[in-house]
Design a protein around this ligand. Structure first.
Ligand code: FAD
Ligand code: SIN
Length: 529
């Protein structure tokens, strides 16, 4: 073990990994009480949050009420939601909307000064607060500005968290049966100096977002590589429900574009109709809620129609609605489609399903505590029990901020009890060198995306899942070998994290001997009681 040079390490009361709605909300909520460091692997605003279109759900006006929102969330979740969590998130929503407004977020209003509420699939009422069709951009703008203006928050952009630090790094045996695993901070790769720094913290918050990058077609930006889930899994923390990957039914069909551009579900709430290429409607054959059925049902219906007809896409048709209203409600989608020669007031929009959201992740309790002490998680990387087997649209921005609040309240009660651990060694890269061939990384990434897309997509089967696992094992071993020999790099770490995330999805999908919500297996087509 090399001598510890403690002068190079940073110490904060709170270390936050990730700068989306979960991470920055937590940072802003604790910053009055201690020092905060936010590390983020790209630019501050490079997050899934920034891409959110439809909005954020909250009960606002009658005839809506908490009971209806709770029921809609439970129905979408197909029997896997935790009722206590659902009640918590739904009833705390109005308070957290107020918080977003205080941080400077603007939501659209009608002429009478009330919030303009949209409706999306699975919602029995209009309850989606939104900012045009780019709500996430507006939320990210507001919280980024608030965080940048807060003198207690240090923001380190282009800093990639490689591992969370636990007793493992003190040379102790750590396994999943140990109940006293503690997190002391993280090893973080500084993208400018290419050196790994040690950041020690009393409390660490993981808010690293989603996993879309494991699939070929995804609405998620490239940052969504499941890093937090993989780090916690390696540190022996509990992960759950990874089989429930949500495919959004309507991403714009434009094969060369990555990420896939989303066509918000609010467009179906506004009256949009799904049609086959021959212009026939089809949703009435799958569910009485037709175009506003929950996402799992709509995505599977589209998948089935595409397989039956052999077509590469279906259409979303909004041409029958008032043209000015379309442009007013969906200005960014209008412009984007126009740039590709599609005038959505006159032309139908070609759409396909795309990997969109991870309902499972790092297991947390009602206080956002993970199974590792001093480590909290919030946002898309965690599994609270809200979404169950299928997330209700626009419940995720809400969940992220409600759980940032829960974590902040709990952490503020305890953080002074936790000492900094000064015995942590510096990152040790002795005996490693630069990988000679980047193709080893880029090609494995492509293979992973193919395996996940062809064998672990919207419709699964036992043989496909087995094949996926066998293929993944090969690139897993190759990548681990490469990782042990190589100087740490963001690209290699992301590949390693996506492979481990893919493994968790497959493993949990294989363990589930039924079809439920987003997990559909043709060999077990029924839902168990
Ligand atoms: P993110 O916003 O993704 O932030 C993750 C952060 O972690 C980023 O800053 C990233 O750089 C950082 N990070 C990751 N790994 C590391 C690492 N190793 N080291 C350092 N930093 C790291 N939800 C809704 O409720 N309503 C919507 O309308 C909606 N629309 C959506 C539209 C699109 C196109 C997409 C993709 C998602 C949408 N969602 C929507 C889902 C929602 O946007 C996300 O679930 C939510 O924003 C996740 O927030 P987060 O803070 O957990 O993660
Ligand atoms: C959308 O606008 O359709 C996305 C909403 C969500 O993912 O919650």
């Amino acid at each position: 073990m090399r001598k510890i040079d403690t002068s190079r390490r940073k110490k904060y009361d709170f270390l936050v990994i990730g700068s989306g709605i979960a991470g920055l909300s937590f940072a802003l909520k604790v910053a009055q009480h201690g020092t905060v460091c936010v590390v983020t692997k790209s630019a501050l605003t490079d997050t899934n949050t920034e891409y959110a279109q439809g909005g954020i759900s909250s009960v606002t006006y009658q005839p809506d009420n908490f009971e209806k929102h709770i029921k809609d969330t439970m129905v979408a979740g197909a029997g896997v939601c935790n009722l206590d969590v659902v009640k918590k998130v739904v009833t705390e929503a109005p308070e957290q909307i107020k918080q977003l407004l205080e941080w400077g977020t603007n939501f659209d209003k009608t002429d009478d000064g009330k919030f303009d509420l949209h409706r999306e699939g699975g919602h029995s009422e209009h309850r989606i607060l939104h900012h045009k069709d780019n709500t996430g951009f507006e939320v990210q703008r507001a919280i980024s500005t608030a965080a940048k203006n807060n003198p207690n928050i240090d923001i380190l952009e282009n800093h990639f968290a490689v591992e969370i630090i636990t007793q493992h790094h003190l040379g102790e045996m750590v396994n999943k049966w140990r109940k006293d695993i503690e997190c002391y901070g993280a090893y973080v790769l500084n993208g400018k100096t290419n050196s790994v720094e040690t950041i020690l913290a009393r409390v660490t918050m993981i808010a690293t977002g989603g996993v879309g990058a494991v699939y070929q077609t995804t609405t998620n930006p490239v940052i969504a590589t499941g890093d937090g889930i993989a780090m916690v899994y390696r540190a022996k923390g509990a992960i759950e429900n990874m089989e429930f990957i949500q495919f959004h039914p309507t991403s714009l069909y434009n094969p060369k574009e990555r990420p896939s551009f989303l066509i918000t579900e609010a467009m179906r709430g506004f009256g949009g109709i799904l049609r086959r290429k021959d212009e026939q409607k089809f949703m009435y054959r799958y569910d009485e809620r037709e175009n506003l059925a929950p996402r799992d049902i709509v995505a599977r219906a589209i998948d089935n129609e595409m397989k039956t007809t052999g077509d590469d896409f279906v259409y979303l048709d909004i041409t029958h609605k008032d043209h000015d209203e379309i442009k007013e409600h969906f200005p960014n989608i209008y412009q984007k489609c126009l740039s590709l020669g599609i005038d959505i007031t006159k032309d139908m929009i070609p759409v396909v399903p795309a990997a969109h959201y991870s309902c499972g992740g790092i297991k947390v309790d009602l206080n956002a505590r993970t199974t590792i002490q001093r480590l909290y998680a919030a946002g898309e990387c965690c599994s609270t029990g809200l979404h169950g087997a299928n997330r209700l649209a626009s419940n995720s921005l809400l969940e992220a901020i409600v759980y940032a609040e829960a974590a902040a309240q709990d952490a503020l009660k305890h953080f002074r009890e936790y000492a900094f651990c000064d015995r942590i060694p510096e990152w040790n890269d002795e005996g490693t060198s630069q990988p000679e061939e980047m193709v080893l990384i880029t090609q494995s990434k492509k293979e992973l995306e193919e395996i996940m897309s062809y064998y672990v997509g919207i419709v699964r089967s036992n043989i496909r899942l087995k094949r996926a696992l066998d293929r993944l094992e090969i690139i897993y071993h190759e990548t681990e070998e490469l990782y042990q020999k190589s100087v740490v790099s963001q690209q290699l770490c992301e590949l390693r994290n996506t492979i481990q995330t893919g493994y968790l999805i497959i493993k949990m999908a294989r363990n589930r001997k039924e079809s439920r919500g987003l997990h559909y297996n043709v060999d077990f087509p029924d839902q168990l009681k």
